[in-house]
Design a binder for this molecule. Structure first.
Ligand code: NDP
Length: 378
């Protein structure tokens, strides 16, 4: 028998209050089609905390199947797992392979899982190439943040075509622009790097750090990743910003700003609306400030703006094959050293790790001003 542990919750609330560790054992005789996996690295994303709080777009079903005193749920949507053993009829997976959950809602905050119908529910990392040249952190964080950045840069405005057309007409002074707040988030860092690889230019908004030196350090870090311009929230929200946008970066407004990515909401979102060029699109994917924003009537009409919402989970359900292809493409970029995983704060999870350490790591996710995303390593 394999001894396993999982973080579970049986009611919605703050992670520190409602999470607990559930210990169970897994039988060595696997059903046909099933696979036993062990966790290698598992990140905690903001959506995981919102799910535990009960504020996320989809509410999980509490299940009696885990054997907990009350029906419960294991949170977590992504992670890097290693195949330990496979049941009969499993063709495409073998011991030692690395796998990631094929869809969100898997429940990844656990040491082991027995996965039935495994070839549907798990995605083998790297296809033929397997895990070679990849780190657990890269694999554990590939399926949510980089995929979101990828889709939002590709699916709303054809920025690549806009760049090419601009160059062809001789009007563009560089690649097409996009603007994003929350630029040092996992998604933001992914968009910076993909944008750079695709020849786009980006304006990136970050919050000030507690000293000017640290702010400068963060700006430089993002520029090294491929950001064209990095401004602080204060610079962005200042009345001078739209004029600076024209004068300093967009060739007097001739290079249009057609895409804004909104991770934050509130005033930050309203300023994106002011900055977009006519017929531009703002894509909202997060609400880190927990503030909504007014949809201003004037710009909607007179600039004919579009407002879209992005949700990776639903996109993935609608496009399962493209999701696999995209993940392998991004993993290839990582292998080739063209794409860096976001910084992580690693938390070791071994058999003796205290429950409080695990719960605190989840609770810390929404704190802000962190040095990296919390990632459990096993
Ligand atoms: P990370 O954990 O990597 O980063 C969090 C980011 O939020 C940091 O940039 C942080 O900035 C910023 N932040 C935290 N608090 C605030 C605040 N009060 N005001 C402004 N910014 C703040 O996040 P992810 O990249 O994993 O996720 C970012 C957002 O995107 C989340 O809201 C998440 O739910 C959402 N998301 C949505 C998806 C979708 O399908 N819609 C898919 C993936 C993510 P700082 O360093 O200054 O604290």
């Amino acid at each position: 028998y394999t001894q396993a542990k999982a973080l579970v919750f049986s009611r919605f609330g703050e992670p520190a209050d409602v999470l607990s560790v559930h210990q169970h054992s897994i039988s060595p005789s696997l059903p046909d089609g099933a696979v036993l996996i062990r966790a290698v690295a598992v990140p905690v994303n903001p959506a995981d905390v919102n799910t535990i709080q009960g504020t996320y777009g989809v509410k999980p079903k509490f299940s009696p199947l885990l054997g907990t005193a009350e029906p419960s749920v294991i949170p977590g949507n992504e992670g890097c797992f290693e195949v330990l053993s496979v049941g009969g009829n499993v063709q495409g997976l073998k011991k030692g392979d690395w796998v990631i959950p094929a869809t969100t809602g898997f429940g990844t905050l656990r040491t082991h899982a027995l996965v039935e119908d495994a070839e549907k529910k798990l995605f083998k990392v790297g296809g033929e190439k397997g895990k070679e040249g990849l780190t657990p952190l890269q694999v554990a964080t590939v399926s949510v943040n980089p995929c979101s950045g990828y889709r939002m840069l590709r699916d709303y405005v054809d920025l690549v075509k806009l760049s090419v057309d601009g160059f062809a007409k001789g009007t563009a002074s560089g690649g097409a622009w996009f603007l994003q707040n929350g630029a040092n988030s996992g998604v933001g860092r992914a968009a910076i790097q993909l944008g750079k690889l695709w020849g786009l230019r980006s304006i990136n908004v970050v919050r000030e750090r507690d000293t000017p030196e640290k702010t400068e350090e963060l700006k430089n870090e993002l520029k090294e990743l491929g950001a064209t311009v990095v401004v602080t929230e204060t610079e962005f929200l200042d009345r001078s910003f739209t004029q600076r946008l024209k004068d300093e970066w967009t060739n007097g407004g001739k290079d249009p700003l057609m895409l804004g990515l909104n991770c934050v909401g509130g005033k930050n979102a309203a300023q994106i609306v002011r900055s977009l060029s006519p017929k531009g699109v703002m894509v909202t994917y997060g609400g880190m400030s927990r503030q909504s924003f007014p949809f201003p009537t004037g710009p909607q009409i007179f600039k004919r703006l579009r407002f879209e919402g992005f949700w990776l989970s639903e996109w993935g359900k609608e496009n399962p094959e493209e999701k696999k292809r995209m993940i392998n493409e991004i993993l290839d970029m990582m292998r080739e050293g063209k794409f860096k995983a976001a910084p992580a704060q690693e938390v070791t999870w071994n058999w003796d790790t205290e429950e409080k350490v695990l719960k605190d790591a989840v609770q810390g996710t929404l704190e802000g001003f962190r040095s990296g995303k919390g990632v459990f390593v096993f």
